[in-house]
Write a protein that binds this ligand. Structure first.
Ligand code: SF4
Ligand code: SF4
Length: 404
């Protein structure tokens, strides 16, 4: 059984978050997983340089409470991430983490330079340029945010590790691992090599709809703590209303031995934020109905359809069967960032003339959704293609409206 603590935290009140983490640390005996004097890196999900109100990044109040709790274990702390589009220092500053780190004396780790590491246990992914700030640490603490994700359905603990790979290599990995199954295999190998000591998930305000960058903040009221990244994500997926078994990333991570995605094998404890008292305990399967947020807007994509289309292969089938990114011309600011971000060669996005709305070549598109993730205007949505469009049109329209 894997244990996940769910602290009931309704807003970003620092005192409540501090007491919740203290109770969770005690219940999980977190101290026994660290040794006095170790150098520990906190790895927040800093996807881009945006403020905490957007729910793209973990809230600075959670970062502060976690850092203070870890400092109490006599650890030397650093923090950092390699964002998809921004400079690491800028992303940390705008997300509100730099102020906290400066106040607490936490060093910003080096996420600008990297060393290529050969993976001792990689079955699909053999080596990658890992941030030197990660390599300098004795261990990682994974501070993730619960969000929807166009490619993987949801992003939380397992996907957060992608940020330890520095810079543009991340985009190239989408070409090297072009479908959801191979991308999940890659993430599983990465997590196995850099397994975090502790995971804290900010699901106090999560993201629904057009995530992981341009969705809507959605209050969920949970702060999750545990050691098993797959179990943490499985609880997060349950909060979003997914059936965890439908998410290929979680199934792959479980098959790779990283943890469990079976709700019957996850022991959850619900803690009251104020008192730290346990208000419920049992398997996740017992609490699934209670945890799922009614009407949570999940990505308007069918994972099974994507996998089937990928297996059937052929650009023609992909073009006509699979869901696909689509640009809303009335929202697009013609900034060209999506064209620059497209990792395939030749590109699947082009502009016929300067300042025109980019056009897709779906037969080239591998559906990595780097363009959707990077778009600063939230103009790119996931559009189900035929025949999915017939069945999922309403959900797609809902996702499309997330910035309205
Ligand atoms: S990144 Fe977004 S706003 Fe910029 S050109 Fe592409 S679709 Fe338009
Ligand atoms: S067009 Fe978008 S989804 Fe398609 S390959 Fe390029 S970045 Fe990926």
């Amino acid at each position: 059984m894997s244990q996940v603590i769910l602290c009931r935290v309704l807003d970003y009140d620092s005192k409540v978050i501090e007491s919740s983490l203290a109770a969770a640390f005690q219940k999980l005996d977190v101290a026994s997983h660290f040794q006095s004097g170790e150098n520990i890196l906190i790895k927040p999900n800093l996807l881009s340089a945006v403020g905490p109100e957007r729910a793209v990044t973990p809230h600075p109040t959670v970062f502060a409470a976690l850092a203070e709790a870890l400092s109490g274990l006599d650890l030397t702390l650093s923090y950092g991430d390699s964002p998809a589009t921004s400079q690491p220092a800028a992303a940390a500053r705008i997300a509100g983490l730099t102020d906290v780190a400066d106040r607490l004396g936490i060093a910003h780790a080096d996420f600008s330079t990297a060393t290529t590491v050969r993976f001792s246990q990689g079955t699909h992914f053999k080596e990658a340029p890992i941030a030197n700030g990660v390599l300098a640490a004795d261990g990682l603490v994974n501070l993730c945010k619960l969000k929807t994700h166009a490619l993987t359905g949801m992003t939380g603990a397992v996907k957060n590790l992608f940020g330890i790979i520095v810079g543009s290599r991340k985009a190239q990995l989408h070409v090297q691992f072009p479908d959801l199954q191979s991308f999940s295999n890659m993430l599983a190998d990465l997590n196995r090599e850099f397994m975090p000591r502790l995971i804290v998930m900010d699901a106090i305000v999560a993201m629904e709809g057009n995530g992981p960058m341009n969705g809507k903040p959605r209050a969920c009221g949970w702060l999750l703590v545990g050691f098993d990244p797959v179990a943490i994500d499985t609880v997060g997926a349950t909060i979003m209303g997914f059936t965890p078994g439908d998410l290929k990333l979680l199934k792959t991570a479980q098959a790779a031995g990283l943890g469990t995605a079976d709700p019957r094998d996850i022991e959850v404890a619900l803690l009251d934020a104020g008192t730290g008292a346990t208000t419920g305990e049992g398997s996740l399967a017992d609490f699934s109905g209670q945890l799922a947020i009614p009407g949570f807007v999940r990505p308007a994509v069918s994972r099974s359809l994507m996998t089937l289309a990928t297996k059937l292969a052929g650009p023609l089938i992909k073009r006509h069967v699979m869901e696909r990114p689509a640009i809303q011309p009335d929202v697009c600011t013609r900034c060209s960032q999506c064209v620059k971000a497209c990792p395939v060669d030749p590109k699947a996005l082009s502009q016929n003339q300067a300042r025109a709305v980019p056009l897709y070549r779906y037969d080239r598109c591998i559906r990595c959704y780097c363009c959707q993730e990077i778009c600063p205007a939230g103009a790119i949505v996931v559009e189900p293609a035929w025949p999915g469009r017939m069945f999922a049109g309403a959900r797609a329209r809902k996702a499309r409206n997330t910035r309205e």
